[in-house]
Write a protein that binds this ligand. Structure first.
Ligand code: HEM
Ligand code: HEM
Length: 347
């Protein structure tokens, strides 16, 4: 018996079923990167898992050793600075591409029937990505990340009804300390990756079974349905995109490597506390309001995001063809950009 035959009998796989499952026809517009943006966070997640696992070999999740272990990764271990820089830049590209993918889906209104549930899975993926960023940043245990964690847990504590429980759950007690770091670590390297893999699985399963929406552009006749095969056409385009994104990622990591900030000091509040860029709009909102509205605002925003496919259906009923969703989306985006720039330029 040849090795190939032995393998086939020991590991029976239905090749035809696999080819059938993966050769879904792809609508023509997905030839352009900005229509197929969902692939980018997927590659970035793979990069994060690989670089993250390398970092875990040396990272020490304890309040006295965390900062020093990261300093060792950055300054002493061969290519440690590069792995860390790639992890950091890939996190940023992942978050940016999730936001852009969400906007593409929103503005092309492809969350509509029958994709409402997949949109909701998407919103959960968006939140998981943000929590990944927050927990990863907390692990460094430098001044800025420590105080960002402090503000973050205070906001969680202001949540109505469950606030106290939530803050204690995140902190692992009354104060920010060893238990908090242990929890952030377990979340970052264990719970979130498992949750992310499960949800991406559900998201892609639904994309496969429902198909990607067939968009029609103004100059195209509605009856014409143009598609191209997944193998090898779409797979090749995706591979070229992976190569290009990897090039951008490595260039960013080489030109702008990560640095060490000041060591965390719970007794000295920095003059200007700044979270990571993706929390700027929320942070500006918090400064403009108070703790109660600081937490209620983002919660209402997230609830609206989850329910958007149904809100949109209501708008279509009361004002058919007026594209209310589109204009509300433009307004929402502009407000986010203003808050974002305000936070960059102001104190
Ligand atoms: C880790 C995060 C995510 C990954 C890896 C991912 C992956 C993908 C992929 C590969 C597609 C196929 C078409 C395309 O590339 O646009 C897609 C479609 C879709 N995604 Fe995501 N996605 C993520 C996050 C999100 C978010 C945040 C939302 C919305 C809140 C969302 C909602 C959707 C919807 C509704 C579709 C179907 C679009 C259509 O049929 O045109 N996804 N996603
Ligand atoms: C299995 C998956 C992952 C593992 C094992 C992992 C592991 C780690 C470790 C050990 C650190 C601390 C060392 C350091 O700061 O360089 C870290 C930091 C970080 N991680 Fe991850 N990570 C994973 C996935 C992700 C994902 C998906 C994101 C996406 C947002 C992310 C974002 C971050 C960020 C922003 C930091 C702080 C980076 C810095 O400023 O140096 N991680 N991660």
């Amino acid at each position: 018996m040849s090795l190939a035959q032995w393998f086939k009998t020991s590991f029976p796989v239905d090749n035809e079923a696999l080819v059938e499952m993966s050769s879904e026809p792809i609508p023509n517009h997905l030839k352009k990167w900005w229509w197929a943006l969902g692939g980018t966070p997927l590659y970035m997640f793979v990069v994060q898992v690989i670089t993250g696992l390398l970092l875990v070999f040396y990272y020490q999740p304890d309040v006295n050793g965390a900062y020093d272990s990261i300093s060792r990764i950055t300054n002493e271990l061969p290519y440690g600075w590069l792995i860390r820089s790639i992890h950091k830049w890939s996190a940023n590209i992942m978050i940016a591409s999730v936001i852009l993918h969400m906007m593409r889906v929103f503005f092309t209104q492809t969350y509509r029937k029958p994709r409402e549930l997949n949109w909701m899975f998407g919103v959960t993926l968006f939140l998981l990505t943000l929590i990944f960023g927050f927990s990863g940043y907390s692990l460094i245990f430098e001044q800025m990340s420590y105080w960002a964690m402090k503000v973050g847990t205070e906001i969680a504590g202001a949540t109505p009804i469950i606030g106290d429980w939530l803050a204690t759950f995140i902190k692992g007690g009354e104060d920010l300390g060893q238990h908090t770091l242990t929890r952030m670590h377990i979340f970052h390297v264990m719970i979130l990756p498992l949750a992310m893999v499960a949800l991406i699985g559900l998201h892609v399963y639904l994309i496969r079974t429902l198909g990607v929406s067939d968009l029609h552009f103004k100059n195209e006749p509605k009856t014409e349905k143009k598609t191209f095969p997944f193998w090898p056409d779409h797979a090749t385009t995706e591979l070229v995109m992976v190569a290009l994104i990897m090039f951008v990622l490595i260039t960013l990591a080489l030109l702008f490597p990560v640095h060490m900030g000041e060591r965390a000091n719970p007794n000295v509040t920095p003059i200007h506390i700044k979270p990571e860029w993706y929390f700027y709009p929320v942070f500006r909102w918090l400064k403009l309001t108070n703790l109660f509205w600081g937490v209620m605002g983002p919660m209402i925003f997230i609830a609206i995001l989850y329910l958007w496919p149904f809100i949109d259906r209501f708008f279509e009923k009361i004002a058919p063809g007026k594209d209310l969703s589109f204009w509300i989306g433009i307004l929402g985006t502009l407000i986010m950009i203003v808050f974002f720039l305000w936070e960059i330029l102001g104190h």
